[in-house]
Design a protein around this ligand. Structure first.
Ligand code: GDG
Length: 462
């Protein structure tokens, strides 16, 4: 049997992969989707333990058995590596670049060198653990060069790479002084996967401009290297969210003591605290809606659920301050004795509670400025029942390609988003049901399982 070897920056804990934990919640889109595949497949999952150490860098990986079919191999990083490779090049250079925030891109040679070193160390730690028939699947922007380093060590087997975030257009990609280095690294894979056709096309356009090869769909060839390029839209396990919403007994209105009135509407937003997620823009659109439609004052609450993320990176500290300032401003302007317009929750929740937030709200407002896919949008749809809420979704998310019946908005357009939010709050039952059914079909078609299996099969064929 072919063994699947997954490499990602972080891995779940052995406890999360143990038998009986199939439905256990994990935060982060990548881990929850890969976990679905790994639990059905004998495999090895390798990544950073999340720990920093003062020991020598060449420590061998720690191997842990989860008790199930999956083995875990983790390496520690030094504090310097974690600062330069992870907080630095991955999150202050590649993350803003790939999400098309050029003014936020931090170009530093020392962080790129650390990125190369850590990618190499992932490869040298993994190489001795590999067997002849293994298939290696590398994930995401933190580890683009792992494939190339594995090749240098002599690995001849198949390697695939999946990018969980957008791939930008050539005008943005060329900002990076090491554009060619990353592209050469990507050429060492047998299969490249992107969420959407647009990111796939951007990759081809970038290759054409920066490297110059031959595109014979789905293959891109440069000299004697050929890579297959496909789209694999990631999904969720829809049943899990529906069941989770049903399992929670306390309604959101009770939990948050919202006004006890059948007409009172709930709008929910759920995001990691990240400037790509467009939280300030959403708060402004909500405020604009209240400005323009006085009839909604006192009759609608925005529940903004925000998970702490990358809280040591300066941009994220500033983003949090911005969000909290805006929440204060809107609440300061409009609150009265009976009503607080925005309820801001800054913490993690169990998955059942999250599903209940989705299920009990009249509108799900998922409005990133740019997002590879956005699984929250799909989870929102999966958690609805007979009286479904309306999804207000940014047209700049990968999910918008599949969820065409969502109310699609441009989050940079405050007036337009405010107006569409108002319409969403007033949408009649028949239209809500019609739109929800169409979106539910899309969510059921591309699940976490079909995503993992189709990548795996395609890699075997490459
Ligand atoms: C990247 C790309 C792409 C969140 N808060 C809690 C919680 N979560 C879970 C959600 C969801 C996941 O985390 C978040 O996934 P997203 O897709 O929305 O976003 P990113 O973390 O930015 O993921 C993204 C994804 O990779 C997959 O390819 O879609 O575009 O940026 O599953 O449910 N889970 C629990 N408590 C929380 O408080 N239990």
């Amino acid at each position: 049997m072919t063994r699947l070897v997954v490499v990602s920056n972080r891995v779940p804990s052995a406890a999360e992969l143990a038998p009986g934990q199939e439905g256990a919640a994990v935060v982060g889109g990548l881990v929850s989707a890969v976990k679905t595949l790994m639990l059905r497949q004998q495999g090895l999952w390798m990544g950073w333990s999340g720990r920093t150490t003062t020991r020598r860098r060449s420590d061998p990986p720690t191997i842990e058995l989860s008790g199930g079919p999956v083995e875990l191999a983790t390496i520690d990083l030094t504090l310097d590596e974690s600062n330069l490779y992870y907080l630095g090049f991955s999150n202050r250079t590649l993350w803003p670049l790939f999400h098309t925030f050029p003014e936020r891109v931090d170009v530093r040679h020392d962080t790129f060198r650390a990125y190369q070193r850590v990618n190499e160390r992932f490869a040298t730690s993994l190489f001795p653990l590999l067997g002849k028939n293994d298939l290696v699947w590398v994930h995401d922007y933190q580890l683009i060069l792992v494939g190339e380093y594995l090749r240098r060590l002599g690995w001849k087997g198949k390697i695939g790479f999946f990018l969980h975030i957008p791939f930008p257009s050539p005008d943005v990609f060329e900002i990076l002084p090491w554009a060619r280095d990353l592209l050469n690294g990507l050429l060492e894979y047998d299969l490249l996967g992107f969420h959407t056709q647009r990111y796939r096309q951007n990759f081809v356009d970038v290759m054409d401009r920066e490297v110059g090869g031959i595109w014979n769909d789905p293959h891109y060839a440069v000299g004697d290297r050929t890579v297959k390029v496909r789209k694999f839209p990631i999904g969720i396990e829809p049943g899990t969210f529906h069941d989770a919403a049903m399992a929670s007994t306390t309604s959101v209105s009770t939990e948050l003591s919202l006004p006890n009135d059948d007409d009172h509407k709930i709008v929910v937003g759920v995001d990691r605290l990240d400037y790509t997620k467009g939280i300030p823009e959403r708060l402004k659109a909500f405020e604009r809606m209240l400005d323009r439609h006085a009839n909604m004052r006192g009759r609608v609450t925005l529940v903004q659920v925000t998970q702490p993320s990358r809280s040591r990176v300066r941009e994220y500290i500033e983003e949090r301050e911005k969000v909290e300032r805006l929440v204060g401003q809107v609440n300061g302007r409009y609150s009265d004795a009976a009503w607080v317009p925005i309820r801001y929750l800054y913490r993690f929740f169990p998955q059942t509670q999250l599903a209940r937030f989705y299920h009990d709200s009249h509108v799900g407002m998922i409005t990133p400025l740019r997002d590879g896919m956005n699984l929250i949008a799909k989870e929102y749809i999966a958690a609805q029942g007979e009286d479904p809420g309306v999804l207000v979704l940014s047209k700049f998310s990968g999910a918008a390609v599949e969820l065409t019946e969502a109310t699609q908005v441009n989050p940079y357009d405050t007036d337009g988003t405010a107006e569409q939010l108002y319409q969403a709050l007033r949408m009649p039952h028949t239209e809500r049901v019609r739109r929800w059914r169409s979106q539910m079909n899309a969510v059921t078609e591309n699940t976490a399982r079909t995503w993992g299996e189709s990548f795996f099969q395609e890699l075997q064929l490459s």
